[in-house]
Design a protein around this ligand. Structure first.
Ligand code: ADP
Ligand code: MG
Length: 234
């Protein structure tokens, strides 16, 4: 079942996020300020240690929000190059494996030869990273995340399939809304960034979800495909 997100252009999305971001940064600032005031009054060492932990977590969260937000605005179309999607996936595989192994989970990569695409490779890395991290986070220990590339009709498809518990329809409706998260330490920005990146690549994101897991499909239009000499072949 397909997400509603497509109707948001990346510009709408960045605007919405800009509006939300001051709020999201002020929250951790207010928390840190509150704890600093408590620290001035309270010299119980155990409590102080707890306050420091919370303040560090809040600052880290503010930092990730800014990092993810900036990653949306800093690329130009001139950074697009003719690239092999599989090479990008292979380059990321060791990194993904480290993430998986530290959580006692597995990553499997299955690629087919696919035509090269006009891509911004930093953005595609970011998109893959946000999707596979969500997949890993959705799974229990011992489960496997499957990443595939293949050609289908007039698209090149990247599919990321997890063995998690699926996404409820309530959550599906809110997917990609900036700052929407069901995680304690989530930013709720990962999918928003993915949708913006997909839009810039004229790619579609589709989601299939059920009790056996969720698959995110990123479908790159073959209209984007250039031949070896760099000409668009339609
Ligand atoms: P975050 O990961 O920081 O929560 P995202 O924008 O990446 O933010 O994801 C938003 C929400 O979408 C998640 O909190 C989660 O509820 C849901 N979600 C995304 N991917 C998956 C998945 N593969 N399985 C289950 N839920 C998912
Ligand atoms: Mg995420």
């Amino acid at each position: 079942f397909e997400s509603e997100f497509k109707r948001l252009s990346s510009l709408d999305l960045i605007g919405q996020m800009a509006a939300g971001i001051s709020h999201e940064i002020r929250n951790p600032m207010a928390t840190v300020r509150g704890f600093l005031q408590l620290l001035m009054l309270d010299n119980d060492l155990e409590k102080q240690e707890h306050y420091f932990e919370i303040m560090i977590e809040e600052l880290d969260r503010a930092n990730s929000i800014i990092t993810e937000f900036l990653s949306m605005g800093n690329t130009k179309t001139s950074d697009m190059e003719i690239r092999d999607l599989n090479t990008i996936i292979f380059d990321m595989t060791p990194l993904m494996e480290v993430d998986a192994v530290t959580q006692n989970k597995m990553i499997e990569v299955q690629t087919e030869d696919v035509p090269k695409l006009l891509l911004n490779h930093n953005e595609i890395r970011q998109l893959v990273m946000n999707i596979y991290r969500n997949g890993l986070e959705a799974m229990e220990e011992g489960e496997t995340l499957l990443i595939r590339t293949y050609k289908e009709n007039d698209s090149v498809v990247l599919a990321v399939q997890d063995q998690g518990k699926g996404i409820s329809s309530e959550v599906m409706e809110k997917l990609g809304t900036p700052f929407f998260t069901t995680k304690d330490n989530g930013t709720g920005l990962g999918l928003g960034v993915c949708y913006a990146i997909a839009a810039r690549h004229s790619a579609k994101i589709e989601i299939e979800t059920g009790e056996n897991g969720t698959t995110f499909f990123v479908k790159f239009n073959l209209g984007q495909i250039l031949d070896e000499s760099g000409h668009i072949s339609e």
